[in-house]
Design a protein around this ligand. Structure first.
Ligand code: TXA
Ligand code: MG
Length: 312
């Protein structure tokens, strides 16, 4: 099987909706990264996501819906959750909430947990796919498990092209790092840094998010080695050794520079595409410039730390 390449026009979106209804896996763009979607209520369809990615079955999936009303059919929102949804949806925020008993979501999606991760993406093509399908779509990032997340349709074809039914091409994702995950089961807790900076979430809540080290809830998918390019990764590099290619940030002389101006939004948008490009260049040793840890820098550093971690 080779994945169909669907245009983001009426016919392409209708075809994506039909394939999802037929229980197939379809990759589609969101503002963060491309997701690998399947009908969240269909066990066989969801099982194909895990199979295509080689994803461990204990790692639950995010359910994508078109709006807050659809999310409220699946989960119980407390005041903090409602406030965050009102402020940041559609957008790069995922909420982990108690799941309703009658949600109808496949147990494979939540990996048996009583909670569900939900998000409303802010992308016209992603929204178009959700509307063409008309139901909840489970979608992890559309990359083989442990590898670099995809920010273009070409990345998806290269990683999963022989394992899925179709890719809807919506161009490059403009945020470039995955959604921020906040647990709102009791006190709001940061489960994964991402496309909405923690500072903005704290400002919305008027209090600081708990860190997940302080609680028992966790995002089970936060594996230490992830987002890994083929080459060895060395962080906070201020010098470059002979065998290394520099992934730069700020005013440095680098083969690839995430943002010569030191702009964190630009760096986030380039991050995964440049890691993919380093693989294409055959980089065996990658040095990465220091990146400030505020705003989107926290999400960038989280991904880079995992990319640099010892591999399994
Ligand atoms: O931006 C994004 O979030 C992208 C796009 C496609 O929406 N999706 C994404 O999915 O990053 P994935 O599967 O790569 O990451 C989902 C994360 C995992 O770390 C998983 O463990 C966590 O969400 N998660 C899912 N359900 C959870 C739950 N009930 N409790 C805690 N963590 C959960
Ligand atoms: Mg992922």
């Amino acid at each position: 099987m080779t994945a169909l390449h669907l245009k983001p026009d009426h016919d392409g979106l209708m075809q994506a909706g039909d394939l999802l209804r037929a229980g197939k896996c379809v990759a589609f763009p969101t503002e963060t990264v491309y997701g690998l979607g399947a009908d969240a209520r269909n066990d066989t369809a969801v099982a194909q996501i895990y199979a295509a990615k080689g994803r461990p079955s204990f790692n639950p999936l995010i359910v994508h819906v078109s709006d807050l009303a659809a999310a409220e059919m699946l989960c119980v929102f407390n005041d903090a959750a409602r406030r965050l949804a009102a402020t940041f949806w559609p957008g790069a925020l995922t909420l982990v909430l108690p799941m309703r008993a009658d949600a109808g979501i496949s147990k494979l999606v939540s990996a048996g947990l009583q909670t569900l991760a939900v998000r409303v993406p802010d992308h016209p093509v992603g929204q178009g796919v959700l509307q063409a399908f008309g139901g909840p779509v489970a979608a992890p990032s559309a990359n083989p498990s442990g590898k670099i997340s995809p920010t273009t349709a070409a990345h998806v074809h290269a990683g999963l092209g022989h394992k899925i039914a179709a890719v809807v091409d919506g161009g490059a994702c403009n945020v470039g790092v995955e959604s921020t995950i906040v647990g709102c089961v009791d006190r709001p807790t940061l489960l994964r840094a991402g496309g909405i900076p923690t500072e903005a979430i704290n400002a919305c809540l008027g209090t600081s998010l708990q860190s997940h080290d302080d609680t028992t809830i966790n995002a089970p998918g936060q594996l230490r080695s992830h987002y890994a390019p083929s080459g060895h990764v060395r962080l906070n590099a201020t010098t470059v050794q002979n065998n290394e290619i520099l992934l730069g940030f700020g005013p440095v002389d680098a083969t690839l520079n995430l943002s010569p101006d030191g702009n964190l939004l630009e760096a986030a948008a380039n991050l995964f595409a440049y890691l993919h490009q380093l693989d294409v260049l055959g980089a065996t040793h990658i040095a990465v410039s220091p990146i400030p840890n505020h705003g989107l820098g926290a999400a960038i550093n989280d991904r880079l730390n995992r990319a640099a971690a010892p591999r399994h």
